[in-house]
Structure formats: structure tokens, C-alpha cells
Design a protein around this ligand. Structure first.
Ligand code: ADP
Length: 449
């Protein structure tokens, strides 16, 4: 049977998915908004359908429009990518109800992982260590509530169970802020997510962000593809990612990897997923599981030689494949720099026309991007333009290779964060791998001023 997949996304990930489909002999349907007629992958797709105007709500988030396009073009499956509807359980459910295979885990698993309290319970049930805290119903009585918070110990973090994308979180430094912070978080969560339920976590003060890539076949078999370190971030947006995460406590790492596999086997996880952790003082603390492909998946692919997007497609479409931990070998160190259309100092988005550009190449360099000379970056979407990925035997050489790639790379016409990467890659704290999730904002950018 010939498979035909609708790619319900745009930009670099749509192109990434299209390339994987082509290699597997899968026919592709690209969908696009009226602001995206010039997207690169439209030229290579077997068919393409305009699904609405520029505003994401009316196009890439418009479920009826996407399902109509799927019906019209008679695809058998839908690839969600990341962002947009990728973690929308209702979308996954509607795809299945309309007769299209959603390429990812079941709607039920997406829903459970999207609810942070449920996700924590699930993780704990598989032996994964989570951030210490309180996830039962918050008592009405203020004194009991204060006692719970005091037992966790300040500073604490109040989080909305339905929160996401960095929203629905508040740090509480002392008891006198507790009640008002809880009330504000509940109100905000009710307005933003239609669910006011909150829970408490110990605030982990200066951790690294370490995540684990997993792949499951949906039948109870699962493997891991090791770790990534994504500590270089601003406002919870990752900027540089690497694989593997270095200098981890070996016992904690092995326990955590085993527990992650255990969870995936237990819930019969299907497709690719990422378990995100805060790592401090040799301990891993689970914060959430993303039930989709991640932007930074290429660094893992580079050190394993394992094509995660092809695995997602194969698993979902029931194509022949093997999924065995013993076949996964790790070699070298990979780094990814996210090039965004934004001012390197103010971080303001910088859409517009790319007048001229040159992409890097050479041994150990991978370049994932949908942009080209003359392309107009629309103002409506995420500012990610390109991902430059380098692979070398050691971290030091991967950094040097990245610097050389960045030297060759240029984009004219719009502002990008190219120079920020060049500065970060020679920064002593980064080079020594001593940075935590707070480093870029609290130290590097402040020292620059
Ligand atoms: P979201 O789903 O909104 O991305 P996460 O739970 O993944 O929310 O948290 C986003 C970020 O917030 C984390 O990467 C980390 O930087 C910070 N964070 C979350 N929980 C804690 C915590 N308990 N202590 C310290 N920082 C935290």
C-alpha cells in the first residue's frame, strides 16, 4: 500500500518531515496559509492545499480546515510536527475519528501528559523522580496551605496543572506572598486554560535542563536515545542544545534512563517523546513529557545515526522496523544553534525579506532550514529560521566546527541572533560547560550591558 501523509505544519519541520517521507516512499500533502505560499517544502510536496489566512488560529490551528484538506487529498495519516496542534489531544482524537492516523501517541496519552499533575503521578508510578512538592487539592484553610508550603520549603513554584509554553507558573519567595500568588495563578490559569487547578513544587534554584529522548512502538516496546542538554535558554526558549549532556552522575543517569523506558513500556507509548528534567546536585527532577518531535531532535540523530522522524512515520504507519536498545550506539558530540529572525540585543522579532544569504557546509555540519535568498519571513509565526548542527568526536571540536560554520553563514536583509551565538560559543562559562538555565539571562546578557 502507498502511504500518503498530510504535514500539518510549516517552516523547517515541515521540510524535515517531507524529506523523511520521500526517503520512505510516502506521498506528501503540504498545507499552508495564504502568507506561506513561498514556503520551500511546497515545491517538493506531491500536493499542496491552502488552509486559510495568515493568522494561525484560522490556518495551522484550524482543525476543520486541516481535516477537510486531508479528506480532499485522501491521505491516510497526519504529521503534526511541533507547536501548533502537535500536543492538542482533541486534534489527535478528531484525526482518528475522521479516519486519519495521527502520527504520535494516542489522544489519551497526550491528554494525560498535558495535565502536569497527572503526568507527575504517571512518572512517579514508573519510578521517575519528580520535583518535590504537593499535588493534592489545595486546602481551603489558609493555615493548612501555609503549612504545606513551609514543609516544601521556600522558594516554591506555584504551577497550573494545565499550564504550558512557560505560562501558568509563579515563584513564591516567602509565606507572605503565598496566598495572593496562588489566587493570581488560579485566576490566570482559569482565563488562559479554562482550568484553575494548581500545585506546588520546590523551586530548583540553579539547575541544568537535561532531557531524554525516547521512542516507543505503541505495543509496549521502547528504547531511549540518550540525553540532551538545553540549558542555554532565554525566557524558557532554548537557544543552544547539545547531545549528550555531559558530566552527569552515572548512577542517577542510569536509574533515570531505566525509569523512562519503564514508563514508556508501561503506558505503551507510541512514537517519539521527550522527558524533560531539571538537573541539580547530581539529581534528576522530572518536569514534563513532550509527546512530539522536539526542535532539537537533530543533535540526538547526529550522535546515534538514528532518524527519529522516520521512526515516527514507520511506527505510525505500521512499516517494517526494529526497535532494539542494543542497536543504538552513541558516537561523538553534537551541538545545535537556533538561528532566529530577531534582534540579537533586544530579541525583538525581525521579519522581512532575506536579500542574500550563504549556508555553511563541510564535514560534520548539518543545516536544517526552509529559508533561501529572496524569501520573505512572515511576521505571523515563530522566528526560527535555521538550525545549524555540528558533529565531532568531542565537545571542544564540535564548538570549533560550529564557530567555523557560523563564520561561513550569513543572512542579509533581516536581523538574526547570529552574533549572539558567536559570542556564546567562545564564552568561558559555556566552553567549560558550567552554564545553568539561568546563565544567559542572569549573567551573560547582564554582563554584556
Ligand atoms: P512548560 O510546559 O510551560 O514549558 P515546564 O514545566 O516545562 O513548563 O517548565 C518550564 C521551565 O520553567 C523549565 O524549563 C524551568 O526552566 C522552569 N521551571 C519549571 N519548574 C521549575 C521548578 N520547580 N524549579 C525551577 N524552575 C522550574
Amino acid at each position: 500500500m502507498t502511504h500518503k501523509v498530510l504535514i500539518a505544519n510549516r517552516g523547517e519541520i515541515a521540510l524535515r518531515a517531507l524529506r523523511a517521507c520521500k526517503e520512505l516512499g510516502i506521498l506528501t500533502v503540504a498545507v499552508y496559509s495564504s502568507a506561506d505560499k513561498e514556503l520551500k517544502h511546497l515545491r517538493f510536496a506531491d500536493e499542496s492545499v491552502c488552509i486559510g489566512p495568515a493568522q494561525p488560529l484560522n490556518s495551522y490551528l484550524n482543525i476543520p480546515a486541516i481535516l477537510s484538506a486531508a479528506e480532499l487529498t485522501e491521505v491516510n495519516a497526519i504529521y503534526p510536527g511541533y507547536g501548533f496542534l502537535a500536543e492538542d489531544a482533541d486534534f489527535a482524537e478528531k484525526c482518528e475519528k475522521s479516519g486519519f492516523k495521527f502520527i504520535g501517541p494516542s489522544a489519551e496519552i497526550i491528554r494525560q501528559m498535558g495535565d502536569k499533575i497527572t503526568a507527575k503521578y504517571l512518572a512517579e508510578s514508573a519510578g521517575i523522580q519528580t520535583v518535590p512538592g504537593y499535588k493534592e487539592d489545595i486546602p481551603e484553610d489558609e493555615d493548612s496551605f501555609k503549612k504545606i508550603a513551609a514543609d516544601i520549603g521556600y522558594p516554591i513554584m506555584i504551577k497550573a496543572t494545565a499550564g504550558g509554553g512557560g505560562r501558568g507558573m509563579r515563584i513564591v519567595k516567602s509565606e507572605n506572598e503565598l496566598i495572593s500568588s496562588a489566587q493570581i495563578t488560579m485566576q490566570e490559569a482559569k482565563n488562559a486554560f479554562g482550568n484553575e487547578k494548581i500545585y506546588l513544587e520546590k523551586f530548583i534554584e540553579n539547575p541544568r535542563h537535561v532531557e531524554i529522548q525516547v521512542v516507543g512502538d505503541g505495543k509496549g516496546n521502547a528504547i531511549h536515545l540518550g540525553t540532551r542538554d538545553c540549558s542555554m535558554q532565554r525566557r524558557h526558549q532554548k537557544i543552544i542544545e547539545e547531545a549528550p549532556a555531559l558530566n552527569l552522575n552515572e548512577d542517577s543517569l542510569n536509574e533515570t534512563l531505566d525509569a523512562c523506558i519503564n514508563l514508556c513500556k508501561k503506558i505503551k507509548y507510541e512514537g517519539a517523546g521527550t522527558l524533560e528534567f531539571l538537573y541539580e546536585n547530581n539529581e534528576f527532577y522530572f518536569i514534563e513529557m513532550n509527546t512530539r518531535i522536539q526542535v532539537e531532535h537533530p543533535v540526538t540523530e547526529m550522535i546515534t545515526g538514528y532518524d527519529i522522524v522516520k521512526a515516527q512515520l514507520r511506527i505510525a504507519l505500521g512499516m517494517k522496523m526494529t526497535l532494539e536498545q542494543k542497536n543504538i550506539n552513541f558516537k561523538g558530540h553534537a551541538i545545535e544553534c537556533r538561528i532566529n529572525a530577531e534582534d540579537p540585543e533586544t530579541f525583538q522579532p525581525s521579519p522581512g525579506q532575506i536579500t542574500k544569504m550563504h549556508i555553511p557546509g563541510g564535514f560534520g555540519i548539518r543545516y536544517d532550514s526552509h529559508i533561501y535568498g529572496g524569501y520573505i519571513v512572515p511576521p505571523y509565526y515563530d522566528s526560527l529560521l535555521s538550525k545549524i548542527i555540528t558533529l565531532a568526536n568531542h565537545r571542544e571540536s564540535a564548538i570549533k566546527r560550529m564557530l567555523s560554520a557560523l563564520d561561513e553563514f550569513f543572512i542579509d536583509g533581516i536581523k538574526t541572533n547570529h552574533s549572539l551565538h558567536q559570542e556564546l560559543l567562545v564564552d568561558e562559562t559555556f566552553v567549560k560547560n558550567k552554564h545553568t538555565i539561568n546563565y544567559l539571562e542572569n549573567e551573560f546578557l547582564k554582563n554584556e550591558k
